[in-house]
Design a protein around this ligand. Structure first.
Ligand SMILES: [Zn+2]
Length: 264
């Protein structure tokens, strides 16, 4: 009892510190689920211009609202993280095949490596995938999707844009089983996230989970090797670099670089 009063008093203190005042409560019963939705009025901490109200109402969620929210979230997630066996790729990426890829002197090595990876997929050393690096606009995502499109009819393929996946993991429960157990996972745009202990742990969960399941992953990143380590941290970088073929896709300044090493 005493504790409850203390909590109530301290939260009132916090609210008035922030200029909020709970003026009065109201409530209504949801016609859908019969739960009480509590309505609380918050006064604005400072005077507002004439046409605006002095405060606003906040209505608590009932089961229907929560269900609708998670339905919305699932819909978004389906658009961004595809695990459908027939159409693993988001709509805009389905046309990315080896046939539609524009092969040039700058990307031929990577193109050949990706095609050979896809052709030899059942026989690639287990868990060994590809890390596609290079400036944006050089065709990394196209090549990764080309591999997915070539394999999707015979294998389970998942695609995830890493920044979006991490954002989903931050705000809701993401079921990782499908990502970890898919025969092939495309992890697009690794390294564009700022490295934090949290992102490192999540990345390790995915990268280690794939390796443990002996399932290959194709990574794309806008960074070169030395920047890559700085972007994703040493622990993640050493695993990815150590277990995957590296391919650099060149921009127009490709002559500045030496050719990528052949590892397969
Ligand atoms: Zn309801």
């Amino acid at each position: 009892m005493l504790n409850q009063n203390k909590i109530a008093a301290s939260s009132r203190g916090w609210m008035s510190d922030h200029g909020l005042r709970r003026s009065f409560f109201s409530g209504k019963v949801c016609a859908g689920c019969g739960e009480l939705r509590v309505e609380t009025y918050y006064r604005h901490p400072f005077p507002m211009l004439a046409p605006l109200a002095k405060g606003h109402w906040l209505l608590s969620d009932c089961s229907c609202v929560k269900k609708e929210r998670s339905r919305e979230r699932a819909k978004q997630q389906n658009l961004l993280i595809r695990t459908d066996r027939r159409d693993p790729l988001p709509l805009g990426l389905r046309e990315h095949t080896f046939q539609t890829f524009n092969v040039t002197a700058m990307n031929r090595t990577s193109y050949d490596a990706c095609r050979s990876f896809a052709k030899r997929f059942p026989n690639v050393p287990q868990g060994r995938g590809i890390l596609l690096m290079g400036p944006s606009g050089t065709g990394k995502t196209h090549l990764a999707c080309a591999i997915a499109n070539m394999l999707k009819d015979n294998y389970s393929v998942s695609f995830a844009c890493l920044p979006i996946l991490l954002e989903k993991m931050r705000t809701s429960n993401v079921n990782l089983d499908e990502l970890l157990s898919a025969d092939l996972l495309i992890l697009d745009d690794i390294g564009s996230e700022r490295e934090t202990p949290w992102t490192t742990e999540r990345l390790l969960l995915i990268v280690d989970g794939r390796l443990t399941n002996l399932k290959p992953t194709v990574f794309t990143s806008n960074y070169e090797l030395h920047d890559f380590e700085a972007r994703v941290g040493m622990r993640v970088a050493s695993r990815i670099i150590g277990h995957n073929l590296h391919q650099f896709l060149r921009g127009s300044d490709w002559r500045l670089y030496r050719d990528g090493r052949k590892q397969y």
